[in-house]
Design a protein around this ligand. Sequence first.
Ligand code: NAD
Length: 297
Amino acid sequence: HNSDIAFIGLGQMGARMVNNLIKNGEKPKVYDILPSNTKAIQGAIPCSSADEAVEGSKIVITMLPNGSIVKSTILGEKGILKRLAKNSLLLDCSTTGPQVAQELFQSAQESNVRFLDAPVSGGVVGAQAGTLCFMLGGNLKDYQEVEPLLLHMGKKVIYCGKSGAGQITKLCNNLILGVTMIGTAEALNLGVKLGLDPSLLTNVVNISTGRSWSSDTYNPVPGVMENVPSAKNYEGGFSVELIAKDLGLAGDAALSINAPIPLAAMSHQLFRTLITYGLAKKDFSVIYKYLQGEKVE
Ligand code: NAD
């Protein structure tokens, strides 16, 4: 067992990722601000603070909701950066955008800690199955060192370039994800309202040019697929508030270089609208119910 690893943030993604580390023989120290999430991980060393988790760790992985929480956890008053051993490796797998990543890289460097941005793609299904794609930004040597460990949680680890490049890659991916989910939900709703069976329509789309992850792996229509959020009243999965965050980050990045992203901007506003309908914590495929005009409890 290797107890040199700390894992902070055990939510939808983190809990599943850390379970795959454990399955592969690691014994990480784990911490989540919700004690029930910390206790739920079997085969790890539960900790009651982030400080306690990182004490003596050589590799620290964070999987937290957003950039401001990541920053306060690492750089804040009680931030873990102060506690990290020299030359240890800090990996943030959260989606925070390039600016936060570069800021953390800089601060880490000043403390002789190595930092990588390492956001992931694959959703809770990929996290569960250990088939995530990791997108890394930072120093090439650090990426090479950490790749074997990340392959316990994913099937691909891609070096994207200097600090922030992993985050930029992730934002571009999620821009496509947000837009295609809405497009898929819109088309399936149209078909259903015109009398088609959503499973039949999905089968055709999936062997045709409209296919995407949103149609073939994460279908938004209840009853079309098993083990996806739409089969569980849109519980779990990738929350509306998180896709809204990512589209907002894409907007910030686009503004900084004056690139137009019209569909992402519209998608951002649609997901923000769902938040005002009380759907912040639902999976983002709930957009289907919204377009259907149906209430979701
Ligand atoms: P989540 O909200 O389910 O999990 C976040 C966890 O962090 C929660 O358990 C929460 O209690 C914990 N937490 C919050 N503040 C904390 C603190 N100060 N200290 C310790 N723990 C704290 O979110 P998630 O869906 O697991 O997503 C995590 C990150 O990964 C986000 O940045 C998200 O954008 C990204 N992401 C999510 C998915 C997905 O499908 N859910 C896919 C790829 C990337």
